[in-house]
Design a protein around this ligand. Structure first.
Ligand code: GLC
Length: 415
């Protein structure tokens, strides 16, 4: 069977490679995670007091989008509305539970959208499908009214903010018994944004599952994007979304931060399977990136710069390598991602693992002219038996004074 064709919009999506996920809403003001209302069960009236504290005083969309861009990210996905029901956009009279009616008095999605347009950044709108605030969501006999509200909200987002690169829906998995009438929801997107990517998060319990034929992407919430469990005959792109700590929204008591090294490994692993990484940050109550996450992302961005374009252009090459190592193919070359290298002469410090030495690629490769590390241009000794499909090169250690976590070797073809 021939491999299914990859639609142009999915090819574009895959070359975005790495994006920033922003979970920001009233819950950010409580700093106990975005499910705070459900899990900690404050009284409704108490929870809604957060509305009066939401002033967006530190939200500078341009600065934020530039930070993401400088960190090597090519798209940003903002929670236009999360499960608590509060909208960051002007709901144009659907209700007043939105940012323009809060102390912020601004349409924050407008600012975000303009900043993405100005910076040439991919613009994705996260939107909840479940709603803890809306009276119709759980009211007997009001389901169609709720769905109309949901579709009208999407119509606003799809028509008032210029080109939208993707809609990222989330929540159906929490109410599997409901008739979600997804056709109608996606039809609203398709009518106004024919090229937008449609995502509907399958959640942690069903990694890679795609239940509807209009959904473009298999999601992997906090899991390795290895297998896609659907898609009969059509191509599905993949995306892993990942938290920095153990919540998506701000929490000032969560110390379980990932390190830049972990983010680098996760990003590399995503690309190994052809998936994008959507790395989340829960902004502060005022709407800025917290210092730790901002600094970590900047560091990861410096790593990406040393990989040439391989992170964006590379797609999985069907060859075999040792352990976590893998090869991407793209931009007229192959790229070997080497893990576990030690540091030269580093006898008293141990921050690398013994993995220096020969690396072998098994599988069909064209004749290779040169193998070099992309970070410093060092040329590596290699041998190749094209007929048998074996290439071996000497993966030298990190030069003393460096530890790049994953090093990329570029394999150039004989022209
Ligand atoms: C989950 C959660 C949610 C978060 C999302 C991101 O489904 O409900 O809070 O927005 O994952 O993937």
């Amino acid at each position: 069977m021939n491999a299914p064709e990859i639609p142009a919009r999915l090819q574009r999506f895959e070359s975005l490679a790495y994006g920033l996920f922003l979970h920001w809403g009233l819950y950010s003001c409580a700093e106990r995670g975005e499910w705070y209302w459900q899990h900690r069960k404050p009284a409704r009236a108490d929870y809604l007091k957060l509305f009066d504290r939401f002033d967006a005083r530190d939200f500078d969309a341009c600065a934020l989008v530039r930070q993401a861009k400088a960190a090597g990210m090519r798209y940003v996905c903002l929670t236009t509305r999360h499960h608590e029901g509060f909208s960051l956009f002007d709901t144009c009279g659907l209700n007043t539970f939105d940012a323009p009616h809060s102390p912020a008095k601004r349409d924050l999605v407008r600012e975000f959208s303009d900043a993405c347009d100005a910076e040439g950044m991919g613009k994705f709108f996260y939107h909840t499908t479940i709603d803890w605030w809306h009276a119709d969501f759980d009211a007997p006999g009001r389901w169609d009214d709720y769905l109309k509200y949901l579709n009208d909200s999407i119509e606003i987002l799809a028509t008032r903010y210029g080109r939208v690169d993707g809609f990222w829906f989330d929540g159906n998995w929490w109410r599997k018994d409901r008739d979600w009438k997804e056709d109608a929801l996606y039809a609203v997107v398709r009518k106004h944004q024919p090229d937008a990517i449609i995502v509907n998060n399958s959640s942690t319990g069903a990694l890679g599952r795609v239940a509807h034929p209009m959904v473009d992407i298999a999601t992997f919430e906090q899991g390795a994007p290895k297998t896609v469990a659907a898609g009969a005959g059509r191509y599905l792109a993949r995306e892993r979304c990942e938290t920095f700590n153990s919540h998506w929204g701000a929490s000032n008591r969560d110390f379980s931060m990932k390190s830049p090294a972990e983010v680098i490994r996760i990003l590399a692993e995503c690309r190994r399977y052809g998936a994008n990484l959507l790395m989340n940050v829960g902004p502060t109550p005022g709407g800025a990136l917290p210092a730790y996450e901002a600094a970590s992302l900047a560091l990861v961005g410096r790593w990406i710069e040393t990989c040439g374009q391989s992170i964006y252009d590379g797609r999985p090459a069907p060859v075999l390598c040792r352990r976590e190592d893998f090869v991407l193919q793209g931009g007229g070359a192959y790229h070997y991602f080497a893990h576990d290298l030690e540091i030269t002469d580093n006898v008293h410090l141990h921050h690398g693992e013994p993995g220096r030495g020969l690396r072998t690629i098994q599988g069909a490769l064209p004749r290779i002219a040169r193998v070099t590390w992309t970070d410093n241009g060092e040329e590596l000794v290699f041998t190749q038996d094209v007929a048998r499909g074996v290439l071996t090169f000497d993966a030298t250690a990190h030069p003393y004074g460096e530890q790049r976590v994953v090093r990329v070797a570029r394999l150039e073809l004989v022209s």
